[in-house]
Structure formats: structure tokens, C-alpha cells
Design a binder for this molecule. Structure first.
Ligand code: TLP
Length: 346
């Protein structure tokens, strides 16, 4: 049975071109800065995003952690959304490992944080209070449906942060999906941020890795933190080679995943018993839940789809799902998925 894995875009396998590039990659000891393939990837990423320098990392989680630790000292505070990946899904690393205090404010349905809420969250200069250092945004915002933050909005937050002397970080795990779905380029969407991470191993299909970009001084600091956290990799060019292919060949096709997400959503919307979240999909993710009259639990449906049809979907609650489109899902898979839901619930 072929597997149709819609749980996440993190499940993507490397493409044949990536495997070939990996086999041929020149490598060296990257802790010494001597891996020419890693260096090439870092320069390419920084150039694409209009930043001074880049740093190759094992994961997006480490990229966010290093960024927060580079901007904040122990007891300092980061303002971020209550739906931010950093807050919800990174095992509390910024507090556990960095002693950084997180100040969550509500993410609006469109993924944004209200400027009034940010303003109110900024601490007074008072010895009772932690020191506010950083604002962190996420684009696309995963938990808010994979929604895109607009250029207008991020520019406003950028100006706001500058006026108040705060740093601004972007969790841009899916920044290239955001760019594919907006009129701005990835570089424009990156411009207001002092630091940003993007993932090579999601929609771009590379097997491992993220790149952190920022000023030369920031990346120097981040480099030491990477070592401290045990993220200094040696002959990492094997992995970076796939990352270069990801940036050169996989960015321009992300719109296809968004188109397929819309096709799949349209088909699923016609299945009685499924209720799609308002507006979904914004990019490559569909969020939906079971209508009240459906007796089965989400778990049961997930198991049935997996065992009978080889279709894997993500459970986001007792009766809700996330389906993510990516390079390894084609039109036929989309049809099969719609059919399977119809057979099960129709
Ligand atoms: N997200 C994963 C899960 O952790 C939820 C997924 O399947 O979507 N930022 C954002 C916005 C992310 O969505 C993720 C992964 C990360 C950071 C972390 O990236 P990795 O997995 O490379 O540490």
C-alpha cells in the first residue's frame, strides 16, 4: 500500500537531485568553518533574504532557541503569541535552557499580535519587572491555519519595535510558503526582522536543517550559542548540499502545494460530516473538524484512514485534523483522500 502522508510537510523525503548532491558534496569540519558546502548554503540563504550572514542549524527549534538566547539574557522577557510555535511546541526551551521569561499575548485569528497588546506587554523600567528585549512573530503562522502575515503588518511591527528599542525575531519556518502566497518576496518579508529562521526540511523537502540569518555580529553570537547547545556539526556539507538544492529548485514550486491544498479543501468541504475551518487553506495546510452528528472519534477516523487506505492525517484535537500538502503529494493522492473521507463519512 502506498502511503499518503498528510500529517506535516516535515515528513518530506529528499528529492533525487538532493540525494545526488549529497553524495557529491565537498565537506570539511564545519565547527572550524571549513565545510565549503555549508558556507555556500549560508551565503546563499543570507543573500536571498537580504541579511549579512547565515548559520546552518539542525532544526527550526534550535534556530528559535538560539535567537531568543542571543537577544535576551536570563530573566529578560520575550513578547510572543499564545499560538507561537516557540511557546507551544518547543518544550519550553527558552525558559528551561535560557532562563528567558515568555510573555504571551493573544494571536488574533489572522495570526497577528495587536500593537496595543504588545504595547501593554512592554515592561516598565522598575526593579520588580523583567526587562522586555524581544518581540517574536511567526510567518506563516502554523496554529492560526498556516496564515500569512502581510507586509504592511510586519512593517508596522518593525517600526514599532525600533521606536521602543526592542529586537524583532521571525520564526519563518515556512517563510517561503508565506512569500508564495503573498505579493512580497521572501526578502521583503524578512526585511523588518533583526533575526529569522527558515526551515529547509519542511515544504522545501530537504532531509535536515534550518538556516538562521541576521547581522554579522548576531550570527557570531549565534555561532557560539550553537556550540554551547551541542549543535556544532562536523561534515555537515552532506546535509547542506540538500539545502542548496532546496533553495535553488524547490522554492518556486511551493505555489503548487497551495493550489492542491485548495483542491483538497474543496473536495473535503463536500463531504457531509466534515467542517472546514473558516478561510482554510491559506497556504499548504487544511484545518477541519467533525460535525456533531458524526459518532466516530477523530482517533478512530485517523486509524481507519491509515489502516484501510494508507492515508495519514494529523490529529489536532479529539475531533479535529490538520492535513498538510507538500512535494510528495500529487493530484491522484488528493483524489484518493477525498474519496476515502467520502466512503468513511458520506
Ligand atoms: N512544526 C511541526 C510541529 O512541531 C508542530 C509541524 O509539523 O508543523 N516553527 C514552526 C512554525 C514550525 O511549524 C515548526 C515545526 C518549527 C518551528 C520547528 O521546526 P523543527 O521541527 O525543525 O524543529
Amino acid at each position: 500500500m502506498t502511503i499518503i502522508d498528510l500529517r506535516s510537510d516535515t515528513v518530506t523525503q529528499p528529492t533525487p537531485a538532493m540525494r545526488e548532491a549529497m553524495a557529491k558534496a565537498n565537506v570539511g569540519d564545519d565547527v572550524y568553518g571549513e565545510d565549503s558546502t555549508v558556507n555556500q548554503l549560508q551565503e546563499l540563504a543570507a543573500e536571498i533574504l537580504g541579511k549579512d550572514a547565515g548559520l546552518f542549524l539542525p532544526s527550526g527549534t534550535m534556530g528559535n532557541l538560539i535567537s531568543v538566547l542571543a537577544h535576551c539574557g536570563r530573566g529578560d522577557e520575550v513578547i510572543l503569541g499564545n499560538q507561537a510555535h516557540i511557546f507551544r511546541y518547543e518544550a519550553g526551551g527558552i525558559s528551561a535552557l535560557g532562563g528567558v521569561h515568555s510573555h504571551q499575548i493573544p494571536n488574533q485569528k489572522n495570526g497577528t499580535l495587536l500593537l496595543e497588546d504588545i504595547e501593554e506587554a512592554i515592561r516598565w523600567d522598575d526593579p520588580h519587572e523583567p526587562v522586555t528585549r524581544l518581540i517574536a512573530l511567526e510567518n506563516t503562522q502554523n496554529k492560526c491555519g498556516g496564515i500569512v502575515l502581510s507586509q504592511d503588518y510586519i512593517d508596522q511591527v518593525g517600526d514599532f519595535a525600533k521606536e521602543r528599542g526592542l529586537a524583532l525575531h521571525l520564526d519563518g519556518a515556512r517563510l517561503f510558503n508565506a512569500a508564495a502566497a503573498s505579493t512580497s518576496s521572501a526578502q521583503e518579508l524578512a526585511s523588518p526582522f533583526d533575526s529569522l529562521t527558515f526551515c529547509l526540511s519542511k515544504g522545501l523537502s530537504a532531509p535536515v536543517g534550518s538556516v538562521l540569518c541576521g547581522s554579522r555580529d548576531f550570527i557570531k553570537k549565534a555561532h557560539r550559542l550553537r556550540k554551547q547547545l551541542g549543535g556544532g556539526m562536523r561534515q555537515a556539507g552532506i546535509l547542506a548540499a540538500a539545502g542548496i538544492v532546496a533553495l535553488e529548485e524547490m522554492v518556486d514550486r511551493l505555489g503548487e502545494d497551495h493550489l492542491r491544498a485548495r483542491k483538497l479543501a474543496k473536495g473535503l468541504a463536500s463531504v457531509p460530516g466534515l467542517i472546514l475551518d473558516e478561510g482554510t487553506p491559506y497556504t499548504n495546510m487544511i484545518f477541519m473538524s467533525l460535525a456533531e452528528h458524526i459518532e466516530y472519534s477523530g482517533e478512530k477516523i485517523e486509524a481507519h484512514l491509515r489502516e484501510k487506505y494508507g492515508i495519514r492525517v494529523g490529529l489536532t484535537g479529539p475531533r479535529s485534523f490538520r492535513l498538510v500538502l507538500h512535494y510528495w503529494i500529487n493530484d491522484e493522492d488528493v483524489e484518493k483522500t477525498i474519496d476515502a473521507f467520502k466512503k468513511l463519512l458520506g
